[in-house]
Every structure is written in structure tokens, then in C-alpha cells.
Write a protein that binds this ligand. Sequence first.
Ligand code: URA
Length: 427
Amino acid sequence: MSSFSAVDIITAKRDGAALNDEAIAWMLGAYVKGEVADEQMSALLMAIFFNGLGSHELLTWTDCMIASGERLNLKGLSRPTVDKHSTGGVGDKISLILAPLVASCGAAVPQLSGRGLGHTGGTLDKLESIPGWRALLSNDEMRDQLEGVGAVICAAGQGLAPVDRKLYALRDVTGTVESIPLISSSIMSKKIAEGTKALVLDVKVGRGAFIKTIERARELATTMVSLGTSHGVATVAQLTSMNQPLGRAVGNALEVTEAVEVLQGGGPLDVRDLTLGLARIMLELVGINEDPAAMLDDGSAYEVYRAMIKAQGGDPDAALEVARFRDVVLAPQDGIVQSVDALNVGIAAWRLGAGRARKEDPVSAGAGVMCLVREGDYVEAGQPLFELFADDDDHLSRGRETIIGAVKLGEEPARQEPILLEKITAG
Ligand code: URA
């Protein structure tokens, strides 16, 4: 490949020019090899942050990210493959229910997930609160489990789009995470490399999401749908509200318990409804005509969940850790709940010990928040609003300080916002 100058590429993007295929391939390749320095890639990322990438540039950028590593081969399975990705929300335990549910309807769900950083929890952290469960599987183990059980949730291997790990770490410390082309290429390169044939994207929007406005969420969703479609992955996105936490439980073991309640046909209605909505889209994408609600209610989805946990060494019957220190936050007055701030609750759960500040930090399995009221509820003074759980007093008081004020009370009937906001399809 011909050689380029990193500085020329940076200045071209800085000045608003489009980069050609060769320049993009050279820059990403040289960065992986260590021939382009972090400060040069940081400058290019900032130029992309401000000037964006055109649709052809974005396609090439994503292709080069995919080509930086391996592509899993999921061909030859007896079931059609379909996956889901969520951009991250507070109390978002949907994957734990959705993967076995869709598998119980006849599809194979290869969920390669991550750990949480910041105020939204990671699916792997949640499952690791189950004694014995392991996140690391070889590609062969993953394939066998997909064929045998139909669902796998495991850590994305180091081999998938490895340049993304380097770029993401750099974006994290250079203020360049919130760029639509960079987010969409990061997410979609990993999903395309994973080998799924179909994908549903749950794009969260609101106070507890990293995308705050519907316009930005729409733009992100449209960009990702078009990237998936142009790579032969049937992709649909749903925009969903993340103003108040999803369900009642926020925290690792607390969320596993709530997910199991939904898998057994109960649990909070918002969690059940959102899961069923996503399941219906996934099944439609792969042409399976089954009713997922029936699979929740008759125990079929729960059976697949148990098999999925056991296949990865976990004991679905084991008691989960319960944090020793508890506290309850009470309503200061009577009133109607106007809002429950998902961001506040997410940060509180994080400070209670459920999340991590740096990627090498441990998380507490039992820490977190139970949200005891929802928007629109009438509460009386002294009624419990939140129950807090932590492993020590220090974490408990930090969580308590954060969550005070997360519930706004008023006299007006609260606006009841739907969770499902919009569906974005290709074309
Ligand atoms: N998740 C990712 O994998 N990448 C991003 O850029 C943002 C969220």
C-alpha cells in the first residue's frame, strides 16, 4: 500500500475534505501497527467529531475496522441468527430475557456483550453475579452453545474489530465519544464481524442515556441501520425512552432477579413490554412466526435461560449475593411523582458499588437501587421511594447523597410517556 502522511490526512479532514479509501485504510492500519501516534489519531478523531464522515467515508472506515480482526463464521447453524444491541440505559436488563426468549422461539442469538463503565451497567457484570458463570468462551464453544441452546451471552473476543478497542480508549480520554459516525462504526463493526444475519438496535434517548434528544437518536439509528443493511445484516432500530429507569431494579444481582421474574411470566410491565416489542422485531427479521408472550408465560423462555446459564458454568438455582448494608429513602411530602431521574439513579447505583469508574475496577454483585415508585404514582409523605444496597457504610452514604432529589413530586397529573418512541427501518 502506498504511504501517506498522517498530518496531511488530519489537515484534510480538519479543513472539511473527504478522505479517500486508501487514506482511511492507511491511517487505521498504521495506527494499529503503532506507526501513527495516539496524538495524531486523537487529532483526526477530533476533526471527525467536528466535520463528520460522508456516507462513503463511513462505509470505508467501518470496513477497515472490521478488517482489522477476525470475522466469526456462524453459517451452517440450523437456526437463523439474530442479535440485539442496546446503546445503554439504567436498569436495562433486557438482554438477559431477550436472548433466551428469542431462542425459545427458534432463532439463534449470539450476544457478544461488554462490561459497564460509568452510570449504565454492563450485561456481563450482571451475569457474573451468578455463581460459577463465565463470560469467556472460545469461538467453538460459542458456536456449539448457539446450536445446542440457541442463546449465548459472552464477552466479545479480543479478535473482533481490535482497532475499535484502541480507538474507543482514545475517544474516552479525548472528548470524542459523542460523534455519530464514530459511535456507529464502533458498534456496527463489532456486530458485523460477529457474523449475525439480523440485528435489532435499541437506541436509548433521554436523561439516563448518552443520547439526550430524539433528533440525535434518530440520526444515530438511521446511520447504524444503513451500515448494517449495506453489509448484508438485516437491521432495524427502535428508539426507546430512557428518562426513568427501566423496571425497578438497578444493580447487578438485583437486575438478574428481576429478569428471572419476567422470564417466569411476571416482573415489571415496562420490562416485559419492551422485551416483547424487541423480540417481535427480531423474529420478524428472521421470518419466525411465534408468539413470544406465550413463551414467557408457559415457561419455555425460562427453560432456555436456565440452559444458557448452565452451559456457561453458572448455577441458575444458586442464591445471589445480597448487600449487607441497606437504607430507604422516604418521600418528604405527599404528591404525584412527576419524574424519576434515570441519570441520578444510575449514578447512585454506581456510587453504591454496582458500577466501575475505570475498566479494571471490580463491581459489587449485591449493590444497587430498587426504585419503588414510577412516574404518575401518588405517594404520601414518609412512603419509601428507593431502597439502597451497598457492601459498606461509605458506599451507602455516597449513594444516598446522589439519589436525594431524584424523584420530583408535584400536584399535577404526570405526563405518561410511552417507552417505544419510533421504529427506524432501512430505506
Ligand atoms: N458503544 C460502543 O461499542 N462504541 C461506542 O462508540 C459507543 C458505545
